[in-house]
Design a protein around this ligand. Structure first.
Ligand SMILES: Cc1cc2nc3c(=O)[nH]c(=O)nc-3n(C[C@H](O)[C@H](O)[C@H](O)COP(=O)(O)O)c2cc1C
Length: 255
C-alpha cells in the first residue's frame, strides 16, 4: 500500500485469522494510524496497538459486543447490521435498531455498516446516531474492484431476497449470494469446513458455485458498476441533498 499511495490508509485485522501476535506487532510498527479489528474480541490485543497511538475501531454485531469493546478501550465502533455482507453474528440485529440501541448506551463514534450503498443509507445511519458509514458490497461491485465480472453481475442482479445467511449453528456464520451451492448448504444447515478453499476460483475465476460469494442485502440497491470516485461523490452529494430537505422540514415545521 505504501508503494501505491502517499495518502493515509487504515488496516483491518480480522482477529479470527491471526495465528499469533506478530501480525498485530507488524501492523503496530508499520506507521499506520487507524486500525479496525473484527471477527473476535479485541481485549487481549488492543494494548499492542494503543502503545503505538493507533486509533482502534472494533466491528460489533450486538449491544453486548459493543459494551465489551468499549470496556476493552476501543476508540470507536464499526456497527454492523445483520443485513450486511460477510461474517455475521447468527443472531441478526438490523442496522437501524443496532445503531439506536448502542447509541443509548455508549458515546464513542460509530461507523455504520450493512445495507448502505448511497446518500439515502448514509442519511438514515446518521439519523440513527452514526458519524460515518462503511460499505462492503457496493465497493466489491465497483469498477476498480479486482473481482470477476460474474461476481459483480451476480450482485447487480440480486433482489432484496438475493442473499442467504449460512452456518448459523457453527462458525463462521456468513451472508452470501444465493446460488445452487449456498442454497444447498442453507438446507443442510452446516457449511463444509473447506468452504473457502476455492474462494479464488469464485472471486477471480468467476465460478459462482466454487465457494460462497459474500454480499449483503444491499445488493438489491446496486444496479450497475460505478467507479469508486462516483460512488463516494454521489453518496456525499445525496447525503447533503437529503440533509437539506430534512433541514427544510425542520425549519418550516412542515409535518
Ligand atoms: C466480500 C466481502 C468481504 C468482507 N471482508 C471483511 C473483512 O475481511 N473484514 C471485515 O471486518 N469486514 C469484512 N466485510 C464486511 C464489510 O466490511 C462491511 O461491514 C459489510 O460489507 C457492510 O455491509 P454491506 O455489504 O451491505 O455494505 C466483508 C464484506 C464483503 C461483502
Amino acid at each position: 500500500m505504501k508503494e501505491l499511495t502517499d495518502a493515509p490508509f487504515g488496516i483491518n485485522l480480522p482477529l479470527l485469522f491471526l495465528r499469533d501476535e506478530n501480525m498485530i506487532r507488524f501492523v503496530a510498527e508499520s506507521g499506520v494510524k487507524f486500525v479496525t479489528t473484527s471477527a473476535g474480541n479485541p481485549q487481549k490485543l488492543i494494548h499492542i496497538l494503543k502503545e503505538h497511538d493507533i486509533i482502534v475501531y472494533h466491528a460489533v454485531p450486538t449491544v453486548k459486543a459493543a459494551l465489551k469493546a468499549v470496556e476493552a478501550g476501543v476508540d470507536g465502533l464499526v456497527v454492523e447490521g445483520g443485513e450486511g455482507g460477510g461474517f455475521k453474528n447468527p443472531e441478526e440485529v438490523s442496522l437501524l435498531v443496532l445503531l439506536q440501541a448502542i447509541r443509548e448506551k455508549v458515546d464513542v463514534p460509530m461507523i455504520a455498516a450493512g445495507g448502505i450503498v448511497d446518500g439515502r443509507g448514509m442519511a438514515a445511519a446518521f439519523a440513527a446516531g452514526a458519524e460515518a458509514v462503511q460499505m462492503g458490497t457496493r465497493f466489491v461491485s465497483s469498477k476498480e474492484s479486482p473481482v470477476h465480472d460474474n461476481y459483480k453481475n451476480a450482485i447487480i442482479g440480486a433482489e432484496d431476497v438475493g442473499t442467504v445467511v449460512l452456518n448459523k449453528k457453527s462458525t463462521p456464520c456468513i451472508r452470501a449470494l444465493k446460488t445452487n451451492k449456498t442454497l444447498e448448504i442453507f438446507e443442510e444447515g452446516v457449511m463444509p469446513k473447506d468452504m473457502f478453499a476455492k474462494i479464488r476460483d469464485l472471486y477471480f475465476g468467476g465460478d459462482m458455485e466454487a465457494s460462497a460469494g459474500l454480499a449483503g442485502q444491499s445488493a438489491a440497491l446496486i444496479h450497475g458498476q460505478k467507479s469508486v470516485a462516483e460512488i463516494i461523490e454521489e453518496t456525499v452529494t445525496g447525503f447533503h441533498n437529503i440533509c437539506d430537505r430534512m433541514g427544510r422540514f425542520a425549519k418550516e415545521k412542515g409535518f
